[in-house]
Design a protein around this ligand. Structure first.
Ligand SMILES: NC(=O)c1ccc[n+]([C@@H]2O[C@H](COP(=O)([O-])OP(=O)(O)OC[C@H]3O[C@@H](n4cnc5c(N)ncnc54)[C@H](OP(=O)(O)O)[C@@H]3O)[C@@H](O)[C@H]2O)c1
Length: 412
């Protein structure tokens, strides 16, 4: 695997040299490509489902806005855990490859399709995109686009929609979080985890229990009331502190944790399943972990829920947006979130910035559990060849805190 890592770094360097050749005198790879041919753009392309080697930066035809769409000059894109699962083909009804991945971005409105109201060329925006966000230019329906505050950077804006809308809807729309309640969240140092922690702090006297890799604890200790290492028996740890459990369990792990999460609920408590990170056990899809996760979930017994006064729920933001047409509901949530941002109650945590050409290294950082907050693909960032500090490894969680700190500061 370390050899694969070296190969990957070499591929990145080759990509940089290739782009660098076009770049001479232009200042950035993005600028040179635009100057060379305005009908083409750089985009990350997934050629087939599988490992990191299925990702490449290629030239693609630039999209033009259809009726009701905005054309966006992209500045930054969010990299989410779901993007790893898409790359592996580890999702329900995967689309056909080749495809441009990515579900969210920030940037500037470059053109406005027919019948679009409320936006003008030059507006600073963030947007959800049903694939294809990881490109220099994106077109998306206007109902998935939101103006951003003047003091919100493009990196922050790309880190905002997926994490904060998911966290807000689970806490306030599904679980009805109120004063004095308690919440358990896994991957508390990740993008959604940190959004959950910040939103919980907007309600008085909420106790947050979180699990995360130990090296993250120092960095996130102020946002979470009780932190446990991801490998400990968290059921026992939570019960040691709160004998009757918690009001809300947010489970993005799936697998064997469904039963554990339910066992932790107080009467009238809500368990929300919203992810299946446990299905990702390596660089490519594992059929064994896929089968194990779903077999465990199907063992939930509704009669026991009734007897024990427990609520079980599921949440999928992408389905709500792109399959169930709830963009109006999400616009209302976004308005509330932007109000919280403007009142300085919440702020996206950005882990690190990466060039499009560094997408493999960025994804590897998530596989290695190295991120604290969100990874951003910065479209205008020049790639930095990886020559030190970071070695690729199959052993998740084994890179040291120093390695991660080096990587973050080197890459930012
Ligand atoms: N349903 C929805 O609408 C929705 C929307 C957004 C996200 N999600 C889900 O929410 C979860 C968090 O998403 P995110 O984008 O914010 O990612 P994230 O939490 O930043 O993901 C990375 C972190 O997840 C933890 N992790 C758990 N299992 C892992 C594994 N098998 N491989 C690598 N890391 C693993 C690691 O933290 P530790 O080592 O510290 O645990 C890692 O640093 C994901 O399951 C995602 O699919 C769901």
């Amino acid at each position: 695997m370390a050899k694969e890592g070296a190969q990957r770094a070499e591929e990145t360097e080759q990509m940089i040299q290739k782009e660098g050749g076009k770049e001479a005198g232009e200042g950035s790879a993005a600028g040179s490509l635009r100057a060379a041919d305005t009908k083409e753009m750089r985009a990350v392309v997934l050629s087939a489902f599988g490992g990191l080697n299925k990702l490449r930066v290629s030239k693609k035809a630039m999209p033009e806005p259809q009726d009701g769409e905005l054309k966006i000059r992209v500045k930054a894109c969010g990299l989410n855990f779901i993007d790893l699962m898409v790359r592996q083909g580890n999702i329900d009804n995967p689309p056909k490859t080749p495809l441009i991945p990515g579900f969210e971005c920030s940037g500037i409105v470059e053109a406005v399709g027919d019948s679009v109201k409320g936006f003008e060329i030059g507006d600073r925006i963030m947007a959800f995109v049903n694939y294809s966000a990881w490109a220099e230019v994106v077109c998306t329906p206007v109902e998935f686009v939101y103006k951003i505050p003047d003091d919100m950077s493009f990196s922050e804006a790309a880190a905002f929609p997926m994490n904060f809308v998911t966290a807000y809807m689970m806490l306030f729309e599904v679980a009805n979080l109120r004063e004095g309640m308690s919440v358990l969240v896994h991957s508390a140092g990740g993008g959604v985890g940190q959004a959950v922690a910040q939103l919980c702090s907007t309600v008085p006297n909420v106790t947050v229990f979180g699990t995360a890799s130990s090296f993250k604890h120092e960095a996130i200790k102020d946002s979470v009331t009780h932190l446990f290492d991801r490998n400990v028996d968290y059921v026992q740890e939570v019960k040691r502190i709160s004998a009757d459990g918690v009001d809300i369990v947010l489970d993005c792990l799936c697998g064997e944790n469904t039963g554990k999460g339910l066992s932790l609920l107080k009467p009238l408590g809500t368990y929300i399943l919203y992810g299946s990170s446990n299905m990702v056990t390596g660089e490519t899809k594992s059929f064994f972990s896929f089968a194990k996760s779903w077999w465990q979930v199907e063992k939930v017994n509704p009669i026991k829920l009734y007897e024990e006064n427990k609520v079980i729920a599921g949440f999928s933001l992408l389905n709500l947006l792109f399959k169930q047409n709830r963009s109006g509901l999400i616009k209302g949530v976004m308005d509330k979130l932007l109000d919280l941002y403007n009142r300085k109650k919440i702020k996206p945590v950005v882990d690190s910035l990466w060039a499009l050409e560094e997408v493999k290294e960025a994804m590897q950082r998530i596989h290695d559990r190295g991120n604290i907050g969100k990874l951003i693909l910065d479209v205008e960032k020049a790639p930095t060849p990886l020559t030190h500090a970071y070695t690729f490894t199959d052993d998740v969680g084994k890179n040291s805190k120093e390695d991660n700190e080096n990587l973050t500061s080197d890459q930012c």
